[in-house]
Design a protein around this ligand. Structure first.
Ligand code: SF4
Length: 330
């Protein structure tokens, strides 16, 4: 890939199907912006999903829906590479080779592994232990310089950097590149329960592709300031998730109005939510129009993923050839 851009970014996300506001504000929006400065490789990591899912019956559909949302949100497939992890099997090969330079104890000591064991004690599989190695293989296979992650994800990038050092030292090579972390603000978007992070599994989400009516219904269900029982009670917008979303979707004047009027019971929660729903729907309208247009022909998404596979594989096959050569494999 030739480019005047500042480097290559890699990021992967599990195929979770239709994306919600939390996905959009927390990751996709950033993916779109990064394209202006970097060569971007965006991967739907379906192999990673196998470590935790019990059933794969929705995997293909979820992959399709997610790619469609990415495109509708503004990821540009001519500039960026959008592809599915399992379509480029070289990642499994690199994963295996990297696993030989990774001490098992290091993997089992990782807090993320311990957390997963706690979450799914019935399914502590081998893939789960090697998850960070596969993640490193994703990044290293595409020779990414930068990985956009929140500060809490820093240990994962440091792990990948250690893998690079171990590999390069063991095989006396410089073929793998230590990726840098691109510290990024990933705003935590709360769900309609106002308590927990927005998540499909908690059913507290608002899908980007919902109809305006569905979106309004979800907004009207949002939990507000729990101290505000009656319309005549003054509220506190600082503890209300409706207000947090106003700050994203409403004009500065409207945000200020809600901030003032809520505190003196000048606006009721019903009207406040209706205003939010209206602004949210207006904001999402271009996304929905693009989604409908692209989705008219399901072949469009398949073509994008196919082209992404071709371009990703061109990089991957080169890297894997260099890695095998460094290792001394025939
Ligand atoms: S008026 Fe708006 S900001 Fe205030 S508590 Fe109700 S929903 Fe929240």
């Amino acid at each position: 890939m030739t480019s005047a851009k500042r480097g290559r970014v890699f990021s992967g996300a599990r195929p979770t199907g239709r994306q919600h506001l939390g996905n959009y504000l927390g990751a996709i929006k950033n993916y779109v912006t990064l394209q202006d400065e970097y060569d971007c490789v965006y991967c739907i990591v379906d192999l990673h999903a196998l470590t935790t899912v019990d059933t794969t019956e929705n995997l293909r559909q979820n992959t399709y829906e997610m790619a469609l949302d990415w495109l509708a949100a503004g990821i540009r497939p001519v500039e960026s590479i959008i592809f599915v992890q399992s379509h480029v099997p070289e990642v499994a090969e690199l994963h295996l080779i990297l696993s030989m330079v990774t001490p098992l104890g290091k993997l089992t000591d990782l807090p993320t592994f311990k957390e997963k064991v706690r979450q799914q004690p019935h399914n502590v599989n081998y893939g789960l232990v090697g998850y960070p190695v596969l993640m490193s293989a994703d990044i290293l296979l595409y020779k990414a310089n930068l990985v956009p992650v929140g500060v809490d994800q820093e240990p994962h990038i440091e792990f990948a950097r250690e893998v690079v050092r171990s590999f390069n030292y063991r095989y006396n090579t410089s073929v793998l590149i230590e990726p840098q972390m691109k510290a990024t603000e990933f705003p935590k978007v709360l769900g309609i329960d106002g308590q927990q992070k927005m998540s499909k599994s908690l059913n507290n989400h608002i899908e980007l592709a919902s109809t305006p009516q569905e979106t309004t219904e979800r907004v009207m269900q949002m939990v507000t300031d729990p101290q505000r029982i009656r319309r005549s009670d003054p509220g506190n917008p600082d503890v209300c998730n409706v207000f947090s979303l106003h700050k994203i979707f409403s004009s500065p004047e409207e945000v200020e109005m809600v901030n003032v009027e809520c505190r003196r019971a000048g606006i009721g929660c019903v009207d406040c939510k209706k205003l939010l729903a209206r602004n949210m729907n207006a904001h999402l309208e271009p996304f929905r129009a693009r989604r409908a247009e692209i989705g008219q022909d399901p072949g469009t998404v398949q073509d994008v993923l196919q082209d992404g596979k071709r371009r990703a594989q061109a990089i991957a096959s080169q890297t894997i050839a260099e890695v095998k050569d460094a290792v001394g494999l025939a």
